[in-house]
Design a protein around this ligand. Structure first.
Ligand code: RB5
Length: 154
């Protein structure tokens, strides 16, 4: 797969390890940075990865900040993005199977590198199941597009 990866200043080391790990599995990884430990505003890398995913330049994205929260919040502001913060592999797997997540996020201050590797493994292996989940994913997109949800008024 072709993946984009991005992070802030607290997640540089974990990003490098995860990038190398993904490459060792045969994935192509585009690193949008940062590669500096100088203070860095996480919305910048969150947006860059989200833009590439939304524009289908890559098949998916990985985002890492201190908690995974800020960087995923920024990514989720881009239309079509479903970025999910996970601290363990089960949620990562379900985020793809049920929510069709297209970006996985986690926190370098929250989990260790081995858990991070398990999270990306499960997320990459999982496939979106569609079916009954599609109506819910469609509803999320309706909210995104219209700032409303017809079903909520019925
Ligand atoms: C940076 O101090 C920290 O706020 C950031 O890495 C992240 O955890 C934000 O959600």
């Amino acid at each position: 797969m072709k993946l984009a990866i991005g992070n802030d200043h607290v997640a540089v080391d974990m990003k490098k390890e995860i990038k190398e790990y993904l490459e060792s599995l045969g994935h192509e990884v585009i690193d949008v940075g940062t590669n500096s430990t100088e203070r860095f505003n996480y919305p910048v890398s969150g947006y860059k990865v989200a833009r590439m995913v939304a524009d289908k330049e890559v098949d998916g994205g990985v985002l890492i900040c201190g908690t995974g929260v800020g960087i995923s919040l920024a990514a989720n502001k881009v239309k079509g993005i479903r970025a999910c913060v996970c601290s363990e592999p089960y949620t990562a797997k379900l985020s793809k199977q049920h929510n069709n997540s297209n970006i996985i996020a986690f926190g370098a201050r929250v989990i260790g590198i081995e858990t991070a590797k398990m999270i990306v493994d499960e997320w990459l292996k999982a496939e979106y199941e569609g079916g009954r989940h599609q109506i819910r994913v469609d509803m999320i997109h309706e909210i995104e597009e219209t700032q409303d949800l017809k079903a909520a008024h019925e």
